[in-house]
Design a protein around this ligand. Structure first.
Ligand SMILES: [Mn+2]
Length: 285
């Protein structure tokens, strides 16, 4: 087992308690992770889904155990609830076994850059769609998630790497992409107004590293479809990585250079077709 060292790590949209959660990959990531700070950027336990349908898996308990184990080992863990674990918001300021609950946070990078960290549903206002899924078509999304699960099970039997079908579909639907772009612009505009160097969020299940008019938009993606995390190295560079059978760097933002992630990179990362090793990105930066 290789150990993965970084300064801080950001994950969100894990949706524990739903069959779509890729808990095994996440558990593998957490077990190899060595960091000083771990941010859980919302929608970790899907309380909304659990209220409708009781479903749980031992692998999901193992993820929670691992998070507490990291906290016991001295990792500073901050849990910022999202819309699917909104009841946790009422517990902000509390500390559970080393896991601190907060409504949002300000993260100061190793290079001094200041980021606001929040789940991001506050940028998804009622008039745009109560949830972004409504824009995309909730039934359609459920169908794609179901197909994704079946395809994943089949590919696993054939010992083929994980392939996020949903991302490929979304990347080709203009309406979904237009929604994602508009959301990114709203988040970045708010960060600029508040004087931050960037905003770190999740919520829309579309990981991205982008610079928008001098402000960084960093979305850590999800563990339902992408299996992505945002990590900060010891120089303060932020990197979006995909984690399944193989580790793939999707985008990177250091002080000097922003290497934006593309939709194609997200969709094809597990195939290795456009996979760039971390080392390659570091060299380029
Ligand atoms: Mn959300």
């Amino acid at each position: 087992m290789t150990t993965f060292y970084c300064r801080s790590a950001f994950i969100s949209d894990v949706h524990l308690g739903t069959p779509d959660c890729k808990a095994a990959y996440l558990l593998d990531f957490l077990r190899q992770l060595r960091c000083e700070k771990l941010y859980l950027v919302g929608d970790i336990i899907d309380m909304e889904a659990l209220a409708k349908r009781r479903w749980w898996h031992a692998g999901h308990s193992a993820v929670i155990d691992e998070i507490f184990a990291l906290a016991r080992c001295g990792v500073e863990v901050v849990y910022i609830p999202g819309n699917h674990d909104a009841p946790m918001r009422g517990l902000h300021g509390q500390n559970f076994g080393g896991v601190r609950i907060a409504l949002d946070a300000v993260h100061v990078g190793a290079d001094g850059r200041r980021y606001r960290v929040s789940h991001g549903d506050e940028f998804d206002p009622e008039h745009v769609g109560r949830r972004w899924m409504l824009q995309f078509g909730e039934a359609m999304h459920r169908f794609i998630c179901w197909s994704n699960r079946r395809l994943h099970a089949m590919r696993q039997r054939l010992e083929l790497p994980y392939l996020p079908l949903s991302i490929i579909v979304k990347s080709h639907i203009g309406k979904a992409l237009a929604y994602i772009r508009a959301y990114e612009a709203r988040v970045a505009a708010d960060a600029r107004e508040c004087g931050f160097d960037g905003h770190i969020c999740g919520h829309i299940h579309f990981g991205h590293v982008r610079e928008l008019d001098g402000v960084l938009y960093l979305n850590d993606g999800d563990w339902v479809e992408h299996c992505t995390a945002l990590i900060e190295d010891h120089t303060g560079a932020m990197e979006l990585i995909h984690w399944s059978e193989q580790l793939t760097a999707l985008g990177r933002a250091s002080r000097e250079l922003v290497w934006p992630s593309s939709a194609a990179a997200l969709a094809l990362a597990p195939l290795g077709a456009c996979a760039r090793g971390l080392g390659e990105l570091h060299r380029a930066a």
